[in-house]
Design a protein. Structure first.
Length: 238
């Protein structure tokens, strides 16, 4: 389930621009709010709609996100409020007034005020294209967004200027080589989300997440990918 928040007022663009990972403007974007230490707190779509910026966020993250945005408000001329808007999504013909999902073309469209999804298997789409989901692969106070594919999925802008957690994110981009991250792997069998992925000698190589059609999203140490990996009773074909 999703909740749609709305940010209005003359400072709405400037306000969000100084907080989130992506450039806020006239087009829909995917972005995240981070801790000062660069760890993920929430991800959401920001959708310009008239004199408001809609924030399309997982319902379970909405209350905390509202609280944090209100804390950062200070003297900004903005109003932050929940709306009763609903969102539907699909991968077929795009309805009038829908937007293209800014993360990946395979995710299709989103329509605000819509009445339901079109039946597309979004878990299968996410696994195929290694697209993380809130509170599954994206874990508050734990995930680093570059390890989760935010650059590949257009969720971070390295030219937009400062935002909360920007220094750590920029340092990971420019001064280090990522040694861990989300990848799509093959899987024979099934195991619960969060199951550790182990090497033949028992050392931990990663964590298993969403599974679909013989493939899965996994958080892996790249130097430990190879043959002999297991997650519970499942074999990982990395």
């Amino acid at each position: 389930m999703r909740r749609i928040l709305a940010v209005s007022g003359p400072d709405r663009v400037q306000f969000l621009q100084g907080l989130v990972t992506n450039k806020v403007g006239d087009v829909p974007v995917w972005a995240a709010l981070l801790t000062p230490q660069g760890k993920y707190l929430a991800d959401f779509l920001i959708v310009p709609m008239g004199e408001r910026l809609l924030i399309d966020v997982d319902e379970r993250l909405a209350d905390d996100l509202m609280r944090r945005l209100t804390m950062y408000k200070l003297r900004s001329a903005v109003t932050i409020e929940a709306t009763d808007l609903t969102v539907s999504r699909g991968t077929g013909d795009m309805p009038d007034a829908a937007i293209a999902d800014p993360r990946h073309p395979a995710l299709g469209w989103r329509l605000y005020g819509g009445t339901g999804d079109d039946g597309s298997d979004f878990d299968a789409i996410r696994v195929e294209h290694c697209i993380p989901e809130s509170l599954v692969e994206l874990i508050p106070n734990d995930t680093f967004i570059l390890e989760a594919g935010f650059e590949r999925l257009h969720g971070v802008d390295f030219r937009k200027g400062c935002y909360v957690g920007q220094e750590v994110t920029a340092r990971m981009k420019h001064k280090t080589d990522l040694r861990k991250g989300l990848v799509t792997v093959g899987i024979a069998g099934e195991a619960p989300v969060g199951t550790p992925i182990l090497m033949a000698d028992g050392r931990e190589a990663g964590t298993l997440f969403t599974q679909s059609g013989g493939h899965a999203i996994a958080y892996m140490r790249f130097d430990r990918m190879g043959e002999g990996l297991v997650a519970g009773d499942a074999r990982i074909l990395a």
